[in-house]
Design a protein around this ligand. Structure first.
Ligand code: CDP
Length: 232
């Protein structure tokens, strides 16, 4: 239970901008619930891949996926201090971080019916407030009335370097070129899709963390939280 006022915190930004780690750390420090909305889109992409709804050229069987949406149950649980994403009660945390899922997730996330289903789930998760959620459309579509909104960015090269280091640490083989092209491609799809594209909410605080250490960005975020709470 948090000792702080319960507000809604929306953290949006470009792929691999470090928003998930800072969102998770803030939630831990202030005793809020953390939801990684990207993990939910990744879980839907994994479901589509496992049910042969994506052919080798990358074309999605959108009709079958939409029909299957009521059967896709996504959850989160904590294990050994780590948040695990579940797909129909199965731990899929490592699988959803693979490059294969990264390569398919953005076209899946551009399907309006997928977005409507996940946005409804996310809004329900945030009903009681006391939540930090990160993603692409949290401050614009999911929680337009959030008391605290942050938009995070860094150059594509910096973001690709960070993601390569993260994947290598997890034992996932990849190259800088492969990750950079995935980052640029996902940014493009996320920014240009018709349904709630990635964009900064007008009232969001902007953080370019290209030259910040993890500790510096965490302190910046915590200070903004205290400021907002003291002005409530
Ligand atoms: O962590 P990373 O930046 O790689 O991405 P993510 O947060 O795991 O999200 C994966 C993908 O899901 C993004 O590239 C978006 O295409 C999509 N997404 C979205 O459309 N809306 C959200 N609220 C969150 C993610």
């Amino acid at each position: 239970m948090s000792i702080f006022p319960l507000i809604t915190i929306a953290i949006d930004g470009y792929s691999s901008s470090g928003k998930s780690s800072m969102a998770r750390q803030l939630a831990k420090t202030i005793g809020y619930r953390y939801i990684d909305s990207g993990a939910m889109y990744r879980a839907v992409a994994l479901y589509a891949m496992e049910h042969n709804m994506i052919n080798p050229e990358g074309t999605i069987d959108t009709r079958s996926l939409i029909a299957a949406l009521p059967e896709i149950k996504i959850g989160f649980r904590i294990e050994d201090d780590r948040q695990i994403t579940t797909l129909n009660d199965r731990d899929v945390e490592s699988q959803i971080r693979s490059m294969a899922v990264s390569n398919h997730v953005s076209p899946i996330a551009a399907i309006p019916e997928v977005r409507h289903a996940l946005v409804a789930m996310q809004q329900q998760m945030g009903e009681q407030k006391g939540i930090v959620m990160d993603g692409r459309d949290i401050g614009t579509t999911v929680f337009p009335d959030a008391e605290m909104k942050v938009f995070v960015n860094a150059s594509p090269q910096t973001r690709a370097q960070r993601r390569v280091a993260e994947l290598i640490e997890k034992g996932i083989a990849t190259t800088y070129e492969e990750v950079l092209s995935n980052v640029i491609n996902r940014d493009h799809i996320d920014e240009t899709r018709a349904e709630s594209p990635l964009r900064k909410a007008d009232d969001a605080l902007v953080l370019d963390n290209s030259t910040l250490t993890i500790d510096e960005q965490n302190s910046w975020l915590l200070e903004r939280f205290h400021e907002i709470c003291s002005n409530l």
